[in-house]
Structure formats: C-alpha cells, structure tokens
Design a protein. Structure first.
Lengths: 340, 340
DNA sequence: AAATTTTTGATGCACGTGCCTCAAAATGTG
DNA sequence: CACATTTTGAGGCACGTGCATCAAAAATTT
C-alpha cells in the first residue's frame, strides 16, 4: 500500500539519493555500472516516480494548445465547447487548455504558428490540419524542442502512434453496413456527398464504404462522390442534378463532418424525403435531424472523448510515460434517435 | 498561469495561513466573520486547492473496491480485466483498485461485507448488486463512515446521482429501433430472452423496447419475455418450445448481459438461422458472433469506460469535488462487425 | 477591572521529488 | 608516485498543503 520512494531506491541500490536522482533524470557523469544497479533496484522494488510530488517540486504546470481550423460549422463549435469543459475538469491536475485558430489551407502559416511555440510556455499541441510536408516538418522540429504533439482528428500519416481520432475506414464501412440494412428495397443506388475528396479522411471513409457495400450488399451501387467544397450554391446545384438524373437512388451518405447544408438541401427535395440518410458527427443540428427523421443515423466520434484523450496523451508524453492504447481508442459511435 | 496558494489567500483575506487552513478544512473555533472574509478571498482569487500537494502532505492513497457478483460469465471477466488495467493506468495518481466478490442473491451477506469496510483502508466502493433494503442501508452507513460509494451497472434507485451505468430504457429502445429497421419482413413476432425479469435493469430494457417497437414499428409484436434463470437446460427447453410454437418469429432480442448460452442454443435451431438477432455487451463471444453473423448487432456499455468512470467518481467524492456529469455519462453503444 | 474563554498568529516539520553546492572518494593519467 | 579527472555522497532548500504547538491578542464573562 506504500509506494517505495527515491530514498528506498537509494538504500536498495546501495547508492545515495543524489545518484538515484542523477539516474532517474538522465544526468551526465554516472558510471554505467551504477546506472545498472539503480535500474535493477527500480525493477526489484517496482518503483514508480510520484509525478505529483515531482511536479510540485518543479512547480510544473501543463499548457496544451488545440490548433483548430478557422473555418467550420457546428462540429468545430462542439470541439471548442468541450475544450472549455476539459479546461475546468483538468484544472485539478494543473492543466490549462487553449484554442488557437489556424488556416487549414495554408501550410506555411500553420508551420509558422508551430514554430512560434516554445516549450517554455506550451507543453503540448493537438493539431487538426491536413497533412503536408511543411506541417510535418514543423511538428518534427516542435518535438525536438521538447513540445509534445499529437495529430487531432485530421491524421498525419507519419505519426500514427499518437493519433487521436477514429478509424475513418471503419466509419465508412459502418455507414455502408447500416445503409444496406436500413434500405428495404432489393437494389438501387446510393448518393455520396462530401466536402472534398482531397483529404485522407474522406478518401478513407469512401474506401471503407465501398468495400463494405461491395462485400455485404452487392445489389446496391454507390454513385461517384459529390464534392461541395463548402459552397452552398454549388452544393444545391450538384445535389439537385444528381437526384434528377438518378431516379433509382434509395439511400444517401453525407460523408462530410458538417452535415447541415447538404441535409437542408435534401429535405427541400420531395424525391429524397423517404430515403435512408446517414450523416456524420453529433451536433445540435444532427440531433434535431435524427429526431425529426431527416437523418436516420449518425456516425460519430465523441467530441468530449477526443478532447480528453488528446489531453491525456499530451500529458503522458510530457511526463515521459507510455499511454494505454486501449483506453485512448476512439470509438466509431452509432447514433439513433433512441440513444442520444 | 500561476494558481494562487494558501499564502496568497491569507494575504488577500488579511489573516494568517493558520486561519486559512482552519477555514479550508472546516475546523472549529473560527468566527463567522473571519470565515466569510476567507471565503470572499477564495472567490475573488479563484483559489483552487492543490490536491496533489495536499495528498502529498497527508500521504494520502486511494483504495477503491469493486464489489462484483460471484457468478457470471464473460462480461464479468471483461470487467475484472478492465479493473486490472485501470489499476495500472491510475497508479500514477496513487490509486489502488481491488475486486471483491459478493453473493448477489444474498443481501444479508452483501450488507455484512459493506459493514466490514472502514475508511481507514478503503476510500470507496463500486457496488454491483440488485437493490434491496439491507444493501441500501449498508450503503448509507458506509457513506456516514466516510467511505464513498457508487452503484455500478446495477442501479440503486435511491442514489441516482452517482450512478455508473447506461440508461437501460434507452438501451432497450435502441435494440427495438435496430431490430425494426433490420427486419425486411412487413410484419411478424420478436422473441425476447432474458435471464430474469426480477431486476430493474431487465424491466427497464423491456419497457424501452416495447415503447419503441410500438411507436415506430406497429406491425411487429414482441412476445412475452423468456426467463432462463441462468439455467442452460431450462433455456434450451423454453427457447426451443417458443420457436416451435411461433413460426412467425422474425427477430430475436437477447436481453441478458451474458448472451452466450441463448445464442448458442439459437444457432442450433435451423428455424432461427436467418433471423435478425440482437444481444448485449461486448465479450469475446459476442465479437465472434458478430463476425460470423450469429449476432447482427450488439448493444453495449463500454466496460473500460464503466470502470474508469467509477474510479473518477469515487475519487471526486473522496476529494469532495463535484464530478462533471457530462464526462461521466456512459453511452449506449451500438456494435456491428464493422465498428469493433 | 480582573479572570476566563475564544479566536488568531507565528513557526516548524512532514510528504516525495528536483535541483543545487561542496566535499570526498574513486578512477585514470603521466 | 603525484596529479588531474570523473564519479559519488551529504546536505539543504523549494514546491503547496496538512497538522501540530505555543503564545499573543481579542472577546466574553464574572
């Protein structure tokens, strides 16, 4: 019930507390033999450094920054809200959280922002930005300077270990599985609406979607992805066209994380009223849409979990601990009107 | 970026650190006027006690006990596994977790067990047991002795504030919604299999199930609940009978948290092979069953979340903090083979 | 006003770790 | 061997809070 302390360690290893300190904090000028002795004692006693006491001694405080895109609709607001909540919840652990807005389409400015952060005043950053060489480099240099970094929701291929977000392939496959099972018709076409197919996230969702549809529902065909580019007029035009030209549409998959515009347009078209429609992310809008039937199902990643997981990961990296993968795995959630 | 300390508080309130200490820890012999002064300063500075430092000073360690039923199959094992994991993950916070097995059907022995716990060596208990007057009383006395307590998965009506578990009504409703949508037939009967309808959990699931089925799928009828009482032979007999006598069964809802026995029996009956089947809880068995199609869907409460939520709640109570409800809300998860 | 009680202040140690200084011991070099 | 260099030890202060003790001040009673 009592954890061994550095004092116990010193006694067990037959060295002084000063030497234990040197080994624990990786300082210079200790003979390999002594290092080994201490490490052996650590193992034998099952010593775990008391981080609370260490932080107290160092007056350490954590400041974590969430770098989020400047543009975005409700889902982004949800994230910001949960970051504010987390700030409160983690206050007892001496953790501060901040939001910084970055221009997602300007890798140069993102890199510049990351370069401006010093480990003096920022312990870690959660970055939501599409991958690009500049950003990847900036993240790398950030880590070299001793600032923890995790990709947040948007993935950076190079650092998949500490990634915080869902498996987008699984998300797409889940959407397909539900669409397939919800559609009563024997055969037909599925309309797929995305914001853009440039991002890895969209591509992976589409891959997962097609794979599952082909495997489990071969009588359903997915139409080519419509890209709205976040432009409302364009969205209206291409969606209306697609509906007019494809009378055999029996289901709709809104792949983008902001479902508001597409769903609003769809509910204005009488042809799509009774079609099975699936969207992404829980927001005030999608909640309402689930209730009144404009959406039949929502595939979501829990915004609160995302934020808290990012915080825990950043803290673990800062503390030089390993994270428990299992605990930090973000689930692909399925929302119906019954389980909100 | 720097939190105010008790020193700052003392200065701001115009009193000594000793008096601040008396007020913060509710000791006797302080004039009301002085108490008010200190409280005003707390508010003004936004003072938050540094729990890490306090625990260090008190050499406080947390020991939490999970009181789980003695009998149970895979789901219980999952819980135990996650408790072991949590033990590791929370070690940095000086938290120890233990499992104690109780006889769920003997309220007297449960009460005796709870009575044996003293706040000296146990900080809190998560209790998984059906409600009964004896247990309720024992929990009450436990709390009076300064031991935190939360109902765990099985609910205790009287203390719904700190309850850790899912909304079973919503779980039942979700099962109904999915069964309804997954069944391609126009009309038919749904078989419902439970371990026992004595527990509140089962009753609430059934209530939610019937409500949603009646509301959204009026052409489907739910048959009376079959109760297996955890007896394999009995289960085989009543399930087989029910299938023989109801050729119009088109879906099956296995309501109990241990789906193994019923599903095994069902897959031995040719009549039920292609029927839509929904079960509860993620276990090695249900995962396999999802993959090979014996189960179409699983409604689950995340065992890891349950455990960690219980630990955080118990810690918050012990620290005399309020918990963030939002964060601790356990979701009704929907699992398909695509989102495991 | 004196005696008593209540309230407050001053001070110091403890918790486990980080970090510093200075001296002592061990090791290596010519 | 003497000397320089590397490695280790001893000790102490700091972090923010809890918990003592003892004396001083203030309020209350007689």
């Amino acid at each position: 019930m009592m954890r061994p302390t550095t004092k116990d360690l010193a006694k067990a290893a037959g060295v002084s507390r000063a030497t234990v300190d040197r080994v624990l904090n990786g300082r210079e000028g200790v003979k390999q033999k002594t290092v080994d002795k201490v490490n052996a004692a650590i193992k034998e006693l099952g010593f775990v450094r008391n981080i609370q006491a260490a932080n107290l001694a160092k007056s350490k405080r954590y400041r974590f920054v969430f770098a989020l895109p400047r543009s975005g609709d409700e889902f982004l607001q949800e994230l910001v809200r949960h970051i504010k909540d987390a700030e409160e919840a983690f206050a007892v652990d001496q953790i501060w959280c901040d939001v910084a807005r970055i221009d997602e389409n300007d890798p140069h400015s993102i890199a510049a922002f990351l370069a401006s952060l010093s480990s003096e005043d920022v312990s870690g950053v959660a970055i939501m930005a599409p991958e690009s060489p500049q950003v990847r480099d900036a993240i790398f240099r950030l880590q070299e300077r001793g600032v923890a970094a995790v990709p947040f929701i948007s993935d950076q291929t190079t650092m998949d270990t500490d990634w915080v977000g869902i498996d987008n392939r699984a998300a797409g496959a889940t959407a397909a599985a539900l669409l397939g099972r919800f559609c009563k018709a024997e055969a037909g076409a599925i309309m797929v609406i995305a914001e853009s197919m440039q991002s890895r996230d969209s591509l992976e969702r589409r891959l997962g979607f097609d794979a599952e549809l082909g495997k489990s529902f071969p009588t359903l065909t997915a139409l080519p992805s419509l890209e709205t580019y976040g432009d409302e007029e364009r969205a209206e035009e291409i969606i209306t066209n697609m509906v007019k030209n494809n009378p055999d549409i029996i289901g709709i998959y809104v792949m983008s994380s902001e479902a508001r515009v597409p769903v609003r347009i769809l509910s204005g078209l009488p042809e799509t009223e009774k079609l099975v429609t699936i969207g992404h992310e829980r927001t005030p809008f999608t909640e309402r849409a689930l209730h009144d039937g404009r959406l039949d199902c929502v595939i979501a990643q829990n915004a609160g979990h995302l934020v808290r997981s990012a915080v825990r990961k950043l803290k673990a990296i800062t503390d030089q601990r390993s994270t428990h993968r299992q605990q930090e795995h973000i689930r692909v959630e399925i929302l119906l009107s019954t389980n909100l």
